[in-house]
Design a protein around this ligand. Structure first.
Ligand code: PLP
Length: 394
């Protein structure tokens, strides 16, 4: 017999993938320009020129053996040093290279944290709306996912959070800017989360680890700057990815950085290393390690996302839809005009609008629009959104 959970995950198609496949089929039938596909959160801008230049130079000038060799499990020492320098120079994060682990993207980093820090029966808290793969990562480690319902503006509800903590809580995952809502956590929210966690640690007599999942860290609008979790909380781990900031999602490269202030940091590092080893993550792709070392601190042209955000948000609100204004990332959360967002998403298909219902993000009644698309897709979709609003009498 196959393990029930693995088989179920393998057989159940994620709703985003299902809708993306539907959009692809419609594009083949009626032409790509006639389908308004807001499903997948994959960068719409190319990696910066420096990435290509670094790739060409590394491929041309590195010995073929070294180029394709295994690296140490935690990554090339020079890259780990460069990551720590970057975090320390930009955020005074106080991270040492020894506490950096280079991963196959944020997904592997999260898997490492869940499998390395959670025992069977432990609980991990997430704030809705949340990246739906957290369920797989937490439950895959044999732990229970505890979901905190948000306030109406999609910010965490701190009373709900405090009441969700139990003696079994071992891990909390935060994500700012957020997928799927685009909202960001303020310094006040981070301070409150840290305060609540410190009290709970004292009460239950064990550490509770806070993982800050930050693949959208640089994708911020309206003058906001990234905040560094290690300033707020000792038992914190930064989980970063170059997938979005450098437009490299298929290359599988990111890192974990454990706070210097964490009392048991060496044990935590060892347990996460062991967990990743157990999952078969031998090392992150060596060529990409060399590339991101050279491109540290750079981004692709992320100004495009702010332009798209403005265009889409203004068009949707003018059409009468109720939207959460995103402060970052490239997602917009829109209230479904009927309680069942799955039905709304179905009705939107009539106008070739492909929108992801929010149910898998831990909250009902919304749809997510990934606006990492061509500006023309947004412009051409506006009449379709107006017709959809009319159908609902908005
Ligand atoms: N965390 C969040 C919130 C995401 O949106 C994603 C990808 O979309 C990931 C993690 C995984 O990112 P990566 O491609 O680096 O594995």
């Amino acid at each position: 017999m196959f393990p029930e959970q693995s088989l179920a995950w393998g057989q159940s198609n994620n709703v985003i993938r299902k809708l993306a496949a539907y959009a692809a089929a419609r594009k083949a039938q009626i032409g790509a320009e006639n389908v308004f596909d807001f499903t997948i959160g994959s960068p719409s801008v190319p990696a910066p020129r420096t990435v290509t230049d670094a790739l060409v130079d590394i491929i041309t000038n590195t010995s073929p053996v070294r180029l394709h060799d295994y690296t140490p499990a935690a990554g090339l020492p020079s890259l780990r040093k460069r990551i720590a320098e970057d975090l320390n120079s930009r955020f005074a994060a106080g991270i040492s290279p020894e506490m950096v682990f280079v991963t196959c993207g944020a997904a592997a980093g999260l898997v490492g944290c869940c499998h390395g820090l959670l025992n069977k029966g432990d609980e991990a808290i997430v704030f809705a709306p949340f990246f739906s793969e957290y369920t797989v990562f937490v439950e895959g480690a044999g732990a229970k996912l505890v979901v905190c319902a948000p306030q109406d503006n999609m910010q965490p509800d701190m009373d709900v959070f405090e009441n969700s903590i139990s003696e079994k809580t071992r891990l909390v995952i935060i994500n700012s800017p957020n997928n799927p809502s685009g909202v960001i956590l303020t310094a006040d929210s981070l301070s409150t989360i840290a305060y609540i966690l410190r009290r709970a640690e004292k009460k239950y007599g064990h550490p509770i680890y806070l993982v800050s999942d930050e693949p959208y860290r640089e994708l911020l609008f309206d003058g906001s700057s990234p905040l560094c979790i290690s300033h707020f909380y000792e038992n914190s781990i930064i989980c970063y990815s170059f997938s979005k900031s450098l437009s490299l999602p298929g290359e599988r490269i990111g890192y974990l950085a454990i706070s210097e202030k964490m009392a048991e940091k060496e044990l935590v590092f060892a347990s996460i290393s062991g967990a990743l080893r157990g999952c078969g993550y031998v090392n992150a792709p060596s060529l990409m390690q060399m590339v991101v070392e050279r491109c540290m601190g750079q981004t692709s042209d992320i100004s495009v996302y702010k332009k798209n955000r403005d265009l889409l948000y203004d068009a949707l609100t003018e059409a009468g839809f109720d939207c959460i204004k995103p402060d970052g990332a490239f997602y917009l959360f829109m209230k479904s005009p009927e309680p069942d967002a799955v039905k709304f998403s179905e009705r939107a298909k009539k106008y070739e609008l492909i929108l992801v219902p929010s149910d898998d993000f831990g909250i009902e009644g919304y749809v997510r629009l990934a606006y990492c698309v061509a500006e023309s897709t947004i412009r051409n979709s506006i009449p379709a959104f107006r017709k959809l609003a009319e159908e609902y009498g908005i």
